[in-house]
Design a protein around this ligand. Sequence first.
Ligand SMILES: *Cc1c(COP(=O)(O)O)cnc(C)c1O
Length: 383
Amino acid sequence: MTSPIASVPMLDLKRQFNMIGAEMNAALQRVNESGQFILGPEVKKLEENVAAYSHTKHAVGCASGSDALLLALMAIRAGKGDEIIAPSFTFFATGSCVPRVGADLVFADIDPVTFCLDPKSVEAKLTEKTKAIIVVHLFGQAADMPAFRKIAQDYESKYGRKLYLIEDSAQAIGAEYDGIQVGNWGDASCLSFYPTKNLGGAGDGGMVVCNSDEIADRVKLLRGHGMAPRYYHKEIGVNSRLDSYQAAILNVKLPYLDKWTEMRGANAERYEKLFAEAGLQGAVVVPQKVGARRHVWNQYSVRIAGGKRDALRAFLQEKNIGSDVYYPLGLHQQECFAYLGYKPEDLPETLKAANEVLALPIFPELRPEEQEYVVASIREFLA
Ligand SMILES: *Cc1c(COP(=O)(O)O)cnc(C)c1O
């Protein structure tokens, strides 16, 4: 007899630690004994491992996913007078890197099915000043990269100037479109190792992966204060190095990533089946894997229409069921971006998604009976 479920966590990293804790502790001990805590052999090994995993030529570690985005923009020399198009329905760091380099941030709307940037909305925002598009593979599903490649190619023939594609793959390590992994579609791709990401460290960490020698070299230079050789600074970089501790933990975890991704996918399938069996298809719109993509399910975001999302979330909270809202506001609605002059309804799909989405627990070690309890509770609320 298993005891009845009393709570379901949104994420429980202790279950992962119970499986691989000994390996993680041993890796940290190796770092302690080496006396090398910043960059060093563990980071070099992780850079090689992630490049091999991503099928990219380069991977350069840095302090966070947010810094990876900033460094990518610095590497392509984005700055004053440049416009950079990004989605508004994303985590803050996707947008904040743009004003940080002095460029103008332009928001485009999302596709309502994938929650990713809508190529048609982007096309309408292109001008002769557009320098880059930041494409986010939101929740773990690749955006429509063939369409963005075509936009970049057409732009280059029309304006005779390169249009960069920067991938924000913070939620999407291992995701694919047409069998080609994220990181290989754009000019540079940014990973995050924040603990809630599919490959999460024991603190902050990030990486830029790319196939361009020039971008990789520039990220390496810029993450270390633009210093080469030692104490000689060609330009102003930042301090954004990856810790050996983080790299050691991530080197332990990376070989498990595909198995964990499969478990996330199985959980997504189970939710879909459970919601269908509960007769909730209309009231709860489950996320879809679209076309020839490999979804890695960093989040399982359903839509709850009819203005009931927040009441449902409160109801689940009372039952100790974890859920979260990614994201309650579009970036265009944030106070710090008010100076850009957007009205909420300027990006209707972003506004709608922000009001409707609810992320349910999807982490690999989530148990089937916990998912049954989540769905039964949602059914109880909606009945
Ligand atoms: C997590 C995340 C980031 C930032 O990564 P950090 O490592 O937390 O700085 C950027 N973009 C998206 C879409 C994210 O989910």
